[in-house]
Write a protein that binds this ligand. Structure first.
Ligand code: HEC
Length: 206
């Protein structure tokens, strides 16, 4: 937790300030690996935000054009397309997971992603702002290589209930389409303000 907060503060600072602080920290014994970690952290945050922003804009305009039935295609086809493209451009592995998944292949969290979701849930319950929440860690894999993990929470907004809300908030047309595409859909009965999931990123670390 301490390391996570430190990294967050460092990556929010401007470059000059960062350089000053980094040189001070180097005297204090900050390793090169830790400095690289904070680079990974800010790059991962930027990459995650690119995906969230593009997806949010596409979803909003599809909802405005033709309502929720029309917008299902954005989530069903475009979300994986955007994640794949932004991943390839940045040589990372980016996707979305849910606290209860709709997509049984891509949406189910693995162990570290479940840990991130649990932390976000606890932080929301404490009243922290979702925009301020971030998870990161570097792990050493069995073959000795390192992997960096990053996550940001995705919280329910009012517009999301048309597809993730309670039974009376989801129209019959949307229900029919969702049950056709996702026979084991668990991503319903969420309300605005609740944690819906996270954008998750992993990449190799030096
Ligand atoms: C038009 C219907 C629709 C709306 C509106 C919608 N979603 Fe979804 N959502 C989906 C579909 C369909 C999927 C499954 C996508 C896939 O196959 O990867 C999904 C998947 C997700 C996932 C990935 C995890 C999972 O369950 O598979 C998250 C996170 C998510 N939605 C969050 C949101 C949030 C937050 C909002 C509001 C800003 C929102 N959604 C609005 C239809 C919708």
């Amino acid at each position: 937790m301490y390391i996570m907060l430190t990294k967050k503060r460092v990556s929010q600072m401007n470059r000059a300030k960062l350089a000053r602080i980094l040189s001070t920290l180097c005297f204090m014994g900050l390793s090169a690996a830790q400095a690289q970690d904070s680079d990974l952290f800010s790059q991962s945050r930027a990459t995650s935000l690119v995906m969230l922003k593009e997806l949010g804009q596409k979803l909003q305009s599809a909802m405005a054009d033709g309502g929720a039935v029309n917008a299902i295609g954005v989530c069903n086809l475009q979300a994986p397309e955007i994640a794949g493209r932004v991943s390839a451009q940045n040589q990372v592995n980016l996707s979305r997971v849910g606290t209860r998944a709709r997509n049984p292949v891509m949406g189910v969290p693995n162990d570290w992603q479940a840990k991130a979701l649990a932390q976000f849930d606890a932080a929301l319950a404490r009243g922290d702002k979702p925009a301020d929440m971030e998870f990161s860690e570097t792990v050493v894999k069995p073959d000795g290589s390192k992997e960096f993990h990053f996550a940001k929470p995705i919280v329910m907004q009012p517009m999301c209930v048309a597809c993730h809300g309670s039974s009376d908030q989801i129209s019959p047309e949307v229900k029919a389409k969702l049950s056709e595409l996702y026979p084991n859909d668990k991503a319903v009965n969420y309300q605005p303000g609740q944690l819906r999931g996270a954008v998750v990123l992993s990449r190799s670390a030096p």
